[in-house]
Design a protein around this ligand. Structure first.
Ligand code: KIV
Ligand code: NA
Length: 269
């Protein structure tokens, strides 16, 4: 069946109540996100957050399909969007279409996201014209960490006009929305004002048409590092650490399991 929220519904939210977006990688997290968010993004951040990879470069299409299927199973109303991983779309429109079609057909998600501005415009147009809605992603594009030289702010000073041109190119190519990552606040407000598609910010200030965070970051589950733009709304990592420490101590003291966790030898009559 057709999903309750599709990319054109997201586009029409431009300028209204901000779009609420979180990443999700598993069915239980997708259920929690579904209750409160407009979009559940199956980000390639899954490689770093759940698989311990040093960057998103090693994430594969198979990983995105597996996590994408898990997330789609957990959603009833929020719209899933799946990241195209590094190496699955950059060669050109035909390669991008082949792999985007697999992501959509094998997960049920109605849209994909890919990183890139002007140099990806031809690919975005090719996909969009053939039934693949595309969320674009400009500013800091983590799959380009090795050419960018780190996870730095993108779009300060003279670089601002290039990011603006990237955003405009994505819109002109037909992207239904666009992520702005680690873009300075003034520039991100300017892009939001100029584009007619929603901007979804991460580290891009409050003026975007929506916000996205990595769920494990905002829950305090992923603590290897904390970007400045992350706000922790919970400390689940610390809570889990305490729970595991309590369990270990109780097992060592034979305090767990208790009688209430065991099974009687005779069935009571
Ligand atoms: O992979 C991801 O989680 C993302 C969002 C942070 C935008 O691309
Ligand atoms: Na991503």
């Amino acid at each position: 069946p057709v999903r309750p929220v599709l990319p054109p519904d997201i586009t029409s939210r431009k300028g209204g109540v901000p779009l609420v977006v979180l990443t999700a990688y598993t069915t239980p997290m997708a259920r929690l996100v579904d209750a409160h968010c407009d979009i559940a993004l199956v980000g390639d951040s899954v490689g770093m957050v759940l698989h311990g990879m040093p960057s998103t470069i090693g994430v594969t299409l198979e990983m995105m399909i597996l996590h994408g299927r898990a997330v789609v199973r957990g959603l009833q109303k929020a719209m899933p969007v799946i990241d195209m991983p590094f190496g699955s779309y950059e060669e050109g429109p035909a390669q991008a279409y082949r792999n985007a079609a697999r992501l959509m057909a094998e997960t049920g998600a109605p849209a994909v996201k890919l990183e890139g501005g002007q140099h990806m415009a031809e690919t975005i147009a090719f996909l969009t014209a053939r039934g693949v809605p595309v969320m674009a992603h400009v500013g800091l594009t983590p799959q380009a960490v090795n050419t960018l030289g780190g996870y730095k702010v993108v779009g300060r000073d003279a670089e601002a006009e290039r990011v603006m041109a990237d955003a405009r190119a994505c819109e002109a190519a037909g992207a239904f929305s666009i992520v702005l990552e680690k873009v300075p606040v003034g520039l991100s407000a300017r892009i939001t004002g100029e584009l007619s598609i929603p901007t979804i910010g991460i580290g891009a200030g409050v003026d975007c048409d929506g916000q996205v965070l990595v769920i494990d970051d905002m829950l305090g589950m992923f603590t290897a590092f904390k970007p400045k733009f992350v706000k922790r709304y919970a400390e689940l990592g610390a809570a889990a650490d305490q729970a595991i420490a309590d369990y270990a101590a109780e097992v060592r003291a034979r305090a767990f399991p208790g009688p209430e966790h065991g099974f009687a030898d005779q069935v009571k009559s």
